[in-house]
Design a protein around this ligand. Structure first.
Ligand SMILES: Nc1ncnc2c1ncn2[C@@H]1O[C@H](COP(=O)(O)OP(=O)(O)OP(=O)(O)O)[C@@H](O)[C@H]1O
Ligand SMILES: [Mg+2]
Length: 163
């Protein structure tokens, strides 16, 4: 499998879970301290596989597993200068309202220099106040095909109408 060079925005066809992992790893090279990655996509689309690739790229040396039941898993990454940083892997699937995210300290997490990656991020959107990485994983033609869209976008809550 050849290395995939990601330009932003990008629409990439993945043909296997390994390829999705590799695309996640490629994105890791572009991440900066404090970055937030939102992962949209249905059940079983490959969000956690993508995060496993990201964490591989961020030199996490422990198993990356789905936080569906724990809501948040934290890992330690290492950058090119051998500095350590924290990665928050969050899954909002079992949460119903944004307040539950505030209860687990999401505001502080998002304001921190940690890298945070969120599956099922719809209810987190009201808490996002900065630019974020928007990843969408959609089904492709066959069982193993996925269409992965990668973009870096601004929040749309900076609406100044009424000022
Ligand atoms: N191209 C592909 N990319 C990613 N996963 C794939 C692909 N083709 C098949 N799969 C399979 O799809 C499943 C994706 O599982 P994964 O846990 O990453 O999904 P998820 O989006 O995190 O689901 P959930 O919403 O339950 O958290 C795995 O079983 C994987 O083997
Ligand atoms: Mg998952």
């Amino acid at each position: 499998m050849h290395t995939i060079e990601i330009t932003i925005p990008s629409v990439i066809n993945s043909h296997s879970e390994e390829e999705t992992i590799s695309i996640g790893k490629q994105l890791a090279e572009k991440l900066q301290p404090g970055d937030v990655v939102l992962l949209f996509g249905d059940l079983g689309s490959g969000k956690t596989r993508f995060v496993q690739g990201m964490c591989d790229g961020l030199k996490v040396d422990e198993p990356v597993v789905s936080p569906t039941f724990t809501i948040i898993n934290q890992y330690t990454g290492t950058d090119g200068d051998n500095e350590k940083f924290r990665i928050n892997h969050i899954d909002c699937y079992r949460l119903k309202v944004t307040d539950e995210l505030i209860d687990i300290g999401m505001d502080e997490i998002l304001a921190s220099e940690d890298i945070s990656v969120i599956e099922w991020p719809q209810i987190a959107l009201p808490l996002i106040r900065d630019a974020y990485w928007k990843i969408t994983i959609e089904p492709g033609d066959g069982e193993f095909e996925r269409v992965i869209t990668i973009d870096h976008v601004m929040t749309d809550d900076n609406d100044c109408s009424g000022d």
